[in-house]
Write a protein that binds this ligand. Structure first.
Ligand SMILES: [Zn+2]
Length: 399
């Protein structure tokens, strides 16, 4: 109940500030034209409306199922139809999964296809978009089904302390995914090739040596088959790391700015953000499973084994919990991003290039240059661009 009310208040505030963002801060004019500021706002407004809409529809639907008694009816039907407990669990899971996918589909089509085409980001045909979507849905179906089976199995096996076992097993599954994702899942969507340009490879090696990071491979990903947006990321949990650069980054940004991007990603590794994020994730997972245990007790009195519709309660709880805790998650993330920006300047010694990069990225990606304070607090995983420029300039003066 507390979750429902908090989520409702947050969603309303988010909508309010999306519709009435107020005036842009005056400092924006130093780096961006009025037109750029306006375009960024309009583009982001569409995305914000869609994400709130999709959240509200999903949360209302799940709450209606759980509190309106529909979930229990559907649960009995699934058990009777299949004639077995596990059959009922799987059937209920699948019907709910499908219903949520269908509800969410229009929002997805709008935000990741229509809106992206309208603003010239998408390079995909509608057909290619569908192939991507179906591939993603298949992977999601497999992983969610595994999650559901894990949940019901753990709950039946340890009725009094399943939340502890669940959190522990979830952690194992998560680590497994972190390892398997770049090797198995990412290649299903993109092609990865070793970087051919010696200037790029040399630049990465030079930075890696300075940062003390063993970079094993420099890979280029064909991001341009979907989008014009640019990015880069690191993978690999062990001693050896690979860096993945979007081909759009190499093609559309000068080498000094690519260098600033790479340095930022390296700074995340140097400062142990990946491990810190992982540790926080594990702690968070124990809290979430514990709270879920309490929430389920309040909603479904019988505990062992849970009826299939316990899954609807789990999903409702997860949806609301994720939404309500996003300010906290984003606060932690923003702190890490700020540190990475600072350390990156120390690595490159080139604050000017980092500022140019921030300006270019914000202009090309149509960022909201001055988001309303509430929206920044609620949903910004990175500080807004003017703050990032401030951090970079300050770090540049210090070195
Ligand atoms: Zn970052």
């Amino acid at each position: 109940m507390v979750l429902l009310v908090t989520a409702g208040v947050f969603a309303l505030l988010y909508l309010w500030f999306t519709l009435f963002p107020g005036r842009a801060v005056p400092g924006a004019g130093r780096y961006f034209t009025t037109d750029q500021v306006e375009r960024g706002r309009e583009y982001q407004r569409g995305l914000r409306l869609v994400s709130t809409g999709s959240f509200l529809v999903q949360a209302f639907f799940l709450a209606w199922l759980v509190f309106g008694g529909r979930a229990a009816v559907l649960s009995t039907w699934a058990l009777e139809l299949t004639g077995s407990y596990w059959g009922g669990v799987l059937l209920f899971f699948f019907v709910l999964w499908l219903a949520l996918r269908v509800l969410n589909l229009p929002f997805r089509i709008f935000s990741s296809y229509c809106w992206q085409r309208r603003w010239g980001f998408s390079t995909q045909t509608f057909r290619a978009w569908w192939i991507d979507y179906l591939k993603g849905a298949a992977i999601d179906l497999i992983l969610s089904a595994a999650g559901a089976v894990l949940f019901f199995w753990v709950a039946a096996r340890w009725p009094a302390a399943w939340w502890l076992a669940g959190a522990a097993l979830f952690f194992v599954l998560y680590i497994f995914l972190v390892f398997i994702w770049p090797l198995v899942v990412a290649p299903l969507f993109n092609r990865f090739e070793p970087a051919a340009d010696p200037a790029v490879v040399g630049m990465v090696r030079e930075l890696a040596q300075k940062a003390g990071l063993p970079v094993e491979q420099v890979l280029v990903m064909d991001a341009s088959r979907r989008t014009t947006r640019a990015n880069a990321y690191f993978t690999g949990l062990g001693r050896t790391k690979r860096i993945v650069l979007y081909d759009t980054l190499l093609r559309n940004y000068p080498l000094e700015q690519v260098r600033a991007v790479v340095a930022h990603e390296m700074a995340h590794w140097c400062r142990g953000h990946v491990m810190r994020g992982l540790a926080l994730g594990v702690m968070g997972s124990f809290v979430i499973w514990g709270l879920l245990f309490v929430a389920l007790r309040g909603t479904i009195p019988v505990s062992a084994p849970y009826p299939p519709h316990a899954w609807a309660v789990v999903l409702l709880f997860a949806t609301l919990g994720f939404f309500v805790s996003s300010p906290l998650q984003n606060f932690i993330s923003r702190r890490m991003e700020e540190e990475a920006d600072r350390v990156a300047v120390q690595l490159t010694g080139d604050a000017a290039a980092a500022v140019r990069l921030q300006v270019e990225l914000a202009a090309k990606n149509l960022s909201d240059v001055s988001p309303p304070a509430f929206i920044r607090w609620f949903s910004y995983s990175h500080p807004p661009v003017l703050e990032r420029i401030g951090v970079v300039r300050k770090a540049g003066k210090a070195t």
